[in-house]
Design a protein around this ligand. Structure first.
Ligand SMILES: [Zn+2]
Length: 569
């Protein structure tokens, strides 16, 4: 089953092979025919004057119908390169919008425009009469090709101008099957939003969930079973023609993360307690969660037990020795002033309070806020603007969230662990067991600071204790263990303090170069949110509510170097 699909993938998507030619210079320009020269010029991105000059011949029709060695027309190349002026020029001269490549794939210029997401060219071809449901030799429509290539805008545009999402290719795979197979969560979310059923089976009886499991595309599996569940219930165990369920395919291909996720969707009674513990509490699950940020409970439990252990030792060893009349001399077992003990107790109250506020508090989730409605409207309006072409003029690119179906506000991110959009997304913390974002960052920071101070104080009291009392090796082991937490805590406090002072989140600090709003007009990476240390601290620790945030985007282009945490209208 999958073998056939793999073969389809390699033949119907021909553009990477041809793309390599673009960089090849002609061996000897003198030997090229006028048609070859023209192809060469277009592939190398020659300017308008050069191309128009080469087209000024007695019989331009012959040139327009000519093919390169692989059987593609000039219109194919103009569409692929995203040169609307050139494509318009060729079409005005009489080039065909419907000419298929003369190879074993047979794509049209519209297919090629969609592989690269060349929206202006796709729009031009459709305006000039190109059939949006045209199929290549594999039965792939431009929509299927857009899904294969992960071009969300192209897919949305095609559906808006009438592409039929239910047209299947030769193997009965729809655009949604292809998106699931290729692991394009965005396209899966978009096609679902635009009304495609999630449970359709292809010629092999496989649903999109089968294909995602087969390829180990966890994000797609998560979307199909978790994100989409608010509107559509995807079946967890459909069987294909070989009586295989998605989880069977994941096990066969050794995609353990997918297997774990699919099993995790079953109730504990169905999975068995042993499997539940293995997937949530084992060292393997802990390591996975630390590395990949998955939702295992081990790090959270370890942190809670750790706090309880330190506090139990404090009460039953230190306080008992200090205040028990039978211990030590004159009622004072070892030399620690009472105010130290009092401050330790206060500090532990702060540790627990900040931990609970961070863990249980709202990190800044957009779902179910008033802002969500506006962001959803903006999401739908975006696709309407794709049809008119208005959006080509956007100075600042709009970020769409195809999982939540909203326009993503500046500095927000879809947390892949908690599966929701969080404003001021910082990171997912497995130790606190929640996403850290705009609203709970202050509690997270306070937790780091108080927890580190508590660990230092514990260590100081313990040193005092061992000077007076004989202790076992177990106690020395505990001291070394808690000393490691001091190092970890100090590193966290130092890192987050510099983040607070410069007003960037952990996510932004690690991925700054990838965000366009962190680039100035010269393309240099800079932080537009740095408004001086004091203002930065206020921005991070006294954030506005999510509903008070304006739903606008800004960057260096329109906000200047001094901007607040989130754009104010
Ligand atoms: Zn989201």
């Amino acid at each position: 089953m999958s073998g056939v699909i793999e073969a389809t993938a390699s033949t119907s998507v021909a553009a990477p092979a041809v793309a390599a030619e673009v960089t090849e210079a002609p061996a000897n320009e003198n030997q090229l025919t006028p048609s070859e020269e023209l192809f060469q010029a277009i592939k190398l991105g020659a300017d308008a004057d050069t191309i128009i000059e080469k087209m000024t011949v007695s019989n331009p029709k012959e040139l327009l119908e000519s093919r390169d060695q692989q059987g593609h027309t000039l219109a194919h190349w103009a569409a692929k390169r995203g040169e609307p002026w050139l494509l318009r020029f060729l079409l005005d001269k009489g080039a065909s919008v419907a000419a298929a490549s003369d190879d074993d794939v047979g794509m049209r210029p519209l297919h090629w425009a969609c592989t690269e997401g060349r929206m202006a060219c796709a729009r031009l071809l459709v305006d000039r009469g190109a059939d949006v449901n045209v199929r290549d030799k594999q039965g792939c429509t431009p929509l299927v090709v857009a899904a294969q290539w992960g071009q969300a805008d192209a897919a949305a545009y095609l559906i808006k101008v009438g592409a039929d999402p239910r047209i299947f290719d030769r193997h009965d795979d729809s655009a949604l099957h292809w998106a699931a197979y290729k692991g394009n969560v965005e396209i899966v979310g978009l096609l679902h939003h635009l009304g495609l059923p999630l449970d359709d089976a292809d010629a092999y009886g496989q649903t999109p969930l089968h294909l995602a499991a087969l390829r180990g595309n966890l994000g797609v599996c998560e979307y199909l079973l978790v994100d989409a569940a608010t509107t559509t219930k995807t079946r967890l165990d459909p069987v294909d023609r070989n009586s295989k369920r998605p989880v069977d395919l994941a096990i066969e291909k050794n995609h353990q993360h997918v297997r774990r996720f699919l099993d995790g969707q079953r109730p504990v009674c169905e999975r068995g307690l042993k499997a539940f513990l293995r997937d949530n509490m084992s060292l393997g699950a802990c390591i996975t969660s630390c590395i990949a940020g998955e939702k295992a409970r081990f790090p959270w439990c370890a942190m809670v037990l750790n706090k309880l252990l330190a506090q139990t030792l404090y009460v039953f060893l230190f306080l008992n020795a200090e205040f028990s009349p039978s211990s030590g001399n004159s009622g004072h077992g070892f030399d620690v002033p009472v105010w130290v003990h009092a401050s330790v107790i206060n500090l532990h109250v702060v540790v627990w309070a900040s931990f609970l506020l961070c863990w249980l508090g709202d990190p800044g989730v957009i779902k179910d806020t008033k802002a969500e409605g506006k962001l959803r409207d903006a999401y739908d309006a975006y696709f309407d603007r794709l049809v008119t072409g208005e959006r080509d003029d956007d100075a600042v690119p709009i970020k769409l969230d195809h999982s939540c179906h909203i326009v993503r506000p500046l500095r927000s991110k879809h947390c892949r662990v908690s599966r929701q959009c969080v404003v001021g997304f910082d990171h997912y913390c497995p130790y606190v067991g929640t996403t850290v974002g705009l609203q709970n960052y202050r509690w997270f920071y306070l937790y780091c600071v108080s927890f580190t101070l508590a660990a230092i104080q514990w260590q100081c009291v313990a040193i005092s204790y061992i000077k007076t009392y004989t202790v076992s090796y177990l106690f020395y082991g505990a001291m070394v263990w808690f000393a490691l937490f001091i190092l970890f805590g100090l590193a966290m406090v130092a890192y987050h303090t510099q983040l607070v002072f410069s007003n960037v989140t952990t996510n932004e600090h690690q991925n700054m170069a990838r965000y366009e709003h962190f680039r100035d007009s010269n393309g240099i990476v800079r932080n537009p949110f740095d408004a001086g240390v004091w203002q930065n601290v206020c921005d991070r620790f006294l954030p506005p509510r999510v509903d008070d945030l304006p739903v606008v985007h800004h960057s260096f282009a329109d906000a200047g170097a001094k901007a607040p945490l989130l754009a104010k209208a």
